[in-house]
Design a protein around this ligand. Structure first.
Ligand SMILES: [Zn+2]
Length: 401
């Protein structure tokens, strides 16, 4: 009998994470109507008319009920892209009033969602779009970075009842003190890089120094505290150029077939990740609305068709939908467990360094001995799912039958 710990939960080929940036207490009144129009809301509308969160649920998540979404939340007054604009930005912190707090907290209490940290204001706007300084680049010292994170964490805790486990740099920009500030602030996981273009172009604008896709599309760790580093690997708009073009460019049966082929070619990137057991982490924003007259790239409104195609495509694959923390916790359990076998029994030696985990699971592949069931140390029996045993880590002896 041979026991192996699976790379991912349930022996999936790839974990699938849906990353949504910038759910915030913000409304950008692009139309100037004084009413929230569709696409102008970043979270300020809550579940009211033209709510972007409701749009996401109705147009995408209800069609793919297994998706797990991780929201990256700027907890303070999210800044406009430019300082001075005729387009009004209405923005408050997520703890500004009870109704707002309840909106954010209710989302976080649904196990399909996770709230993660994404700074306080997202940064400081200047005269022109190019002058915008991303939050971590505004810090003049490590102390300033740490203090701001502590302020942000307090707001987060006030709203959600716990501190954030993970988060992401604004604009993937760590500034001078980014990694050190995250390492010292008690984060369990973080998203530092976006490696979306690495396979196609050999480089990615916000990618790390590692140009090898086999390692850069996988989990890494950084800092003295081994913060778990989960990169972004897929842009949610990757199919737009084939789907959103007007029909003058693509019309007629032949051209529609060509379009299908082009989409299939694009999906090869996802096939590559699945084939190599790498991460599928799909990036989006909750709204396109900005105050500089431009549209925010990667938003659920412009990318809806493509996102539906992507999630349809992967739904038939051997994948694991998870949040950032669920992925990080499985990784942590996997990396810190050793199976010690003796005959038809075994124990799991698990060393945890003061890390609080909401669940401790391993997926075990047992080969030989035609094992049908595992009996856990607490007497519970576990049968196979997808050919493997998903077991809780506990002290004591695991038996096979
Ligand atoms: Zn952001």
């Amino acid at each position: 009998m041979k026991i192996d710990v699976c790379k991912w939960y349930g022996d999936a080929d790839s974990p699938v994470l849906f990353w949504i940036d910038d759910l915030a207490n913000t409304w950008v009144d692009v139309s100037g109507s004084g009413e929230i129009e569709l696409g102008e809301d970043w979270g300020y509308a809550k579940h009211g008319e033209n709510s972007s969160f409701d749009y996401l649920e109705q147009k995408l998540l209800s069609r793919h009920p297994n998706i797990k979404t991780t929201f990256f939340v700027p907890v303070g007054k999210r800044s406009g892209v430019v300082a001075d604009s005729s387009i009004k930005v209405i923005s408050e912190a997520i703890n500004s009033d009870e109704e707002t707090k309840a909106f954010f907290r209710n989302i976080s209490e649904n196990p399909k969602f996770e709230m993660a940290y994404h700074g306080t204001t997202h940064g400081i706007a200047g005269e022109r779009t190019e002058d915008f300084v991303q939050e971590w680049s505004t810090f003049g010292s490590l102390e300033e970075a740490l203090e701001t994170i502590e302020t942000g964490k307090r707001i987060f805790n006030e709203v959600f009842g716990h501190y954030p486990k993970g988060g992401k740099y604004c604009g993937y920009d760590p500034g001078k003190y980014g990694d050190e500030s995250i390492d010292r602030s008690g984060f369990f996981w973080w998203c530092r890089h976006s490696n979306v273009d690495l396979v196609e172009y050999g480089d990615s604008e916000h990618g790390g120094s590692d140009k090898n896709p086999l390692t850069s599309y996988d989990i890494k760790i950084f800092g003295k505290n081994n913060v778990i580093d989960i990169p972004t690997t897929i842009c949610g708009h990757m199919l737009n150029r084939y789907l959103n073009k007007d029909e003058r460019i693509i019309k007629g049966t032949v051209k529609r077939l060509l379009r299908r082929q082009l989409i299939e070619k694009e999906m090869k990137k996802i096939d590559y990740l699945i084939k190599n057991k790498l991460l599928i982490s799909i990036e989006e924003h909750i709204s396109p609305a900005r105050n500089d007259g431009r549209s925010q790239l990667l938003n659920i409104f412009d990318d809806l068709k493509g996102l539906n195609e992507i999630f349809d495509y992967i739904s038939g694959k051997n994948i694991w939908y998870c949040t950032g923390s669920e992925l990080a916790e499985y990784y942590y359990c996997r990396e810190n467990s050793v199976i010690e076998q003796s005959g038809n029994e075994f124990v799991v030696k698990f060393k945890s360094e003061n890390v609080e985990l909401s669940s401790k699971y391993l997926s075990l592949k047992v080969e030989g001995g035609s094992v049908e069931k595992l009996i856990l140390p607490d007497g519970k029996e576990v049968s196979k799912t997808n050919g493997v045993f998903n077991v809780e880590i506990m002290d004591g002896v695991y038996k096979t039958t």
